[in-house]
Design a binder for this molecule. Sequence first.
Ligand code: 6R9
Length: 660
Amino acid sequence: MSNGVIQSVLTEKRVFPPFPGLVENANLSGMQAYEALCEQARRDPDAFWGQQARELLVWSKPFTQVLDASQAPTYRWFPDGELNLSVNCLDKHLGTPTADKTAIVFEADDGQVTRVSYRELHARVCVFANGLASLGCKKGDRVIIYLPMSIEAIVAMQACVRLGVTHSVVFGGFSSKSLNERIVDVGASLVITADGQCRGGRKLPLKPAVDDALAMGGCDAVRKVVVYQRTGGEVAWNEGRDVWLHDLLAGQSDQCEPVPVEAEHPSFILYTSGSTGKPKGVQHASAGFLLWALMTTRWTFDIKPDDVFWCTADVGWITGHSYIVYGPLAAGATQVVFEGVPTYPNAGRFWEMIQRHHVSVFYTAPTAIRSLIKAAESTPDVHPRHYTLDSLRIIGSVGEPINPEAWMWYYTQVGRERCAVVDTWWQTETGGHMLTPLPGVTPMKPGSCAMPLPGIEAAVVDEHGKELEAGHGGLLVIKRPWPGMIRNVWGDPERFRKSYFPEELGGVYLAGDSAQKDADGYFWIMGRVDDVLNVSGHRLGTMEVESALVAHPLVAEAAVVGRPDDTTGEAVVAFVVLKRDVPEGAEAVELGKQLRDWIAKEIGPIAKPRDIRFGENLPKTRSGKIMRRLLRTVAKGESVTQDVSTLENPAILDQLSKSV
Ligand code: 6R9
């Protein structure tokens, strides 16, 4: 994957100018306006961010200082201001025409559609917040949300921030073990979950994972488990601890006084993989996060009152936080929220939904695009050409590099050569888009995420922090703080500093991606520089998978690497040494299956290795370091041409080249 992208920097010559119709009416219109804004932000950052924060956010106590850098790299934005995020997403629309506009068009897995206006959503959030308050939830508490895609999930998150409660959403695909670790790490006092979820025509249980997670220990702070009834399936019930959501909400008032919080109050903690075995709890602030989510929603998606926006992400990921729960609501947009999967009842589901709901701004991931390309090739009936996609004007991509071929298909087959393609580069830690083309500004190059947004100073540097010239690959860094940035790794300020502001780079934010700039100033992302894989747009630490593997009673040692994959970007390949002889034939297949299921249980199904290779050892240097570079070559099925003279045990490579 990353190789494909590097290649494309050298060969990709196509440039598509922005469409005059989009430029004319854009919220940020024309290259000149963009450059002027960039210049303004560079010249006087405080004035720039201060003005945005005053104009775009509603404050209960106005701030007098824009940036406090005295404790850098812990930057504090608008530190003496106070506000409430749910007021900024909901109450602020109540006295305006937006109040009766549709906020959410929810389409369930089975196709059933529910619409909620801003006024109704506000009432539902108040009822939910009152329910949480009746269970003793208050400002400063942490609540875990483990829910399927639903209106309830959005309401639950908004209800938390209404009370000043810090939410931590755990994606429904994570295992009970992962859930337990997050509950323990945040010190949650409450868990909100559902009996189950509906995906691809099936009903899958969810609550048993919560029951298991709580039984694993360390969760003594959890007083209650609130359960949303979605599937109506049987659930085990813990009297005194478990509460049905409908019982909790019955009779609650639809008015709830919002709790003002300091600008820097942690709005949420979201876990993401890093280069060690333990995921990092990325802590975001309140004001700065919302400001950046809103600014980027307006710029990148060019949201207008009559747009219908659809971001296909799950609220369990940062994309769902910034571009479902916060940005679009603060912008007063109408948005589609989808419960199901892109391939059910068939792989035309996305196109059919765009047609049905007249979606004008669509935002999805390259992995989805690539799998729908494949589907359209094998089953021509689900090709986007069979659907009316005239409503589209902007189509976006996020999560991993989009290869130029997939970009071209998206642009021609979905966008019909009249939509802006916004390839947005950003991270859980950045809170919102950082590098992206803008629909009314930027000529598009397939495979490039173009240029930084105004206020963002991005650069490519070497390992000493020296800025590199165009055409040279290096580390992607952000040179100045911005309001949406990560504030801390929850409970671990040391890790925060070390991971993101390493001393040798001189105080800039280290993204962990490699990139290069071309002669026109366009950025091309080449992939991660750390031991983080990107599988279907999901971050996965190789160490995380390795720790899980060696936790299995039969496993002595394991090394995990990524292999480029046409559909998922990267696939997990695990090299495993057992505490017994190397298995062969049917036994190896059976053990491989056991280990895959084990990983699904330890981390979640997304982390399951595609390929497991057994060997009696791993290739190691004489000093005992595992040679991952060689394993990556072996994983690709290529023959090893690298120098293996430092290898303790070269013969092992042959053994490991055979898949089971
Ligand atoms: C939003 C999100 C972040 C990592 C990031 C990078 C990769 C995301 C990308 C992209 C190339 C893009 N990434 N968007 N790479 N082009 N447009 O995905 O957050 O889950 O934290 O992942 O994803 O490697 O560092 P997160």
